[in-house]
Design a protein around this ligand. Sequence first.
Ligand SMILES: *Cc1c(COP(=O)(O)O)cnc(C)c1O
Length: 452
Amino acid sequence: MSTPPLASGPQGPDALRPLLDTVLDALREGGRARGGPLPAGGPAAVAERVADAVGDVLPDDGDPDALRTLVTALAEGAADPADPLCAAHLHCPPLAVATAADLAASALNPSLDSWDQAPSAAALEALVTRTLARTIGLSDALVTTGGTESNQLALLLAREASGGGVRLVCGANAHHSLPRAAWLLGLPDPVVVPAPNGTLDPAALHDALTHLPRPLLVAATAGTTDAGLIDPLPEIAGLCAAHGARLHIDAAYGGGLAFSDRHREKLAGLERAHSVTLDLHKLGWQPAAAGLLAVARPAEFGALHQHADYLNADDDTEAGYPDLLGRSLRTTRRPDILKIAVTLKTLGRSGLGALVDQVCARAREFAALVREHPGFELWDRPDISTVLFRPTGATDDDVAGVRRGLLHEGRAVLGRARLDGRLWLKVTLLNPHTRPDELAVLLKLVEGTTPR
Ligand SMILES: *Cc1c(COP(=O)(O)O)cnc(C)c1O
């Protein structure tokens, strides 16, 4: 085999073009072979089909058809978030324009650990992070791999700003990555405040803040993963201010509401946080990863400063070369900002807001279908785009069985959530192309699978 072509450089585009045709054909072929939201047959059958398709993973001699073979196998065995019946998780179908931009990021391969590896990407990132932070009333933001890394950075910045030993106070509804970050950073065990109806109880928070020694970091949630509920942010911000506690808001899910004129108001109070987690691979329709941590005081990023002579020598920095190493805990770092920037500019705030409005409207319509159906119980009206429901009179085992039955047959991907001590089916609507009649089909499918 001759030396394989490269993606960048003068020959890059010509080398890529036929390969892209291969990829697009394979995506179509794999998707057609799957014929639904998920491959049928469960984990063992999928693993066997993948093993059969791949054959020898590292053959002695290369296989020129590997691209077609592997992309087809991956597509055939994928859970496709663009299928209206794939609605379990905060797993969005990415916008075509964002995915196309991501191809350019892969081809150019800038690495954001030093300016000389990413001159324009560094400049673009500085512009876009500031704009996004200001959109939610904060000052600047760092790019992360998602909510998990953002939450961890938020705890780290709180620890450093408080001189160490900050204690996390979070709701029982908080994302698991928050207590995990406290563990990772060697902080004291978090104080968990009850969240009786799925949102943090302010009276219980008041109690905790009255009795606990400082320094404290309160973490509230704008869009819980299980139910898409928003904690009472203004009240929580007021309590934090009164008690001298720092406030972090995990808006990994709900942050996207900021693009919508209709729904933005639900985020009131976000601008009073010290830090906010955003995740544009949820309500932002980006291919993963597209996380951000926005902060009110960018000077706090100084805690992340790191010196490595080959990346940010003092004399280079003094000569005006941006020091990028302190903008992440990672070293080599992809320009995830490109797909985000392309999306923001292509759709504009109104275009993104319209997508948000559509998925929220679909959720309300699905909730109405559930409520009107005597065979189902609705948990509550959706705040964002998550609907929890269960067959009337079903046991938790029935609920779990319905979900796994649909997964096994590859007919629908529904989530599950435990609330009020009971197991619920969860539908997270992130596909702006989903039609109301497709939601009716989904409910019928669940009805047909429910034991009686
Ligand atoms: C999804 C989610 C996270 C984790 O984000 P990742 O991007 O998966 O790391 C954190 N918090 C909330 C509320 C989430 O919904």
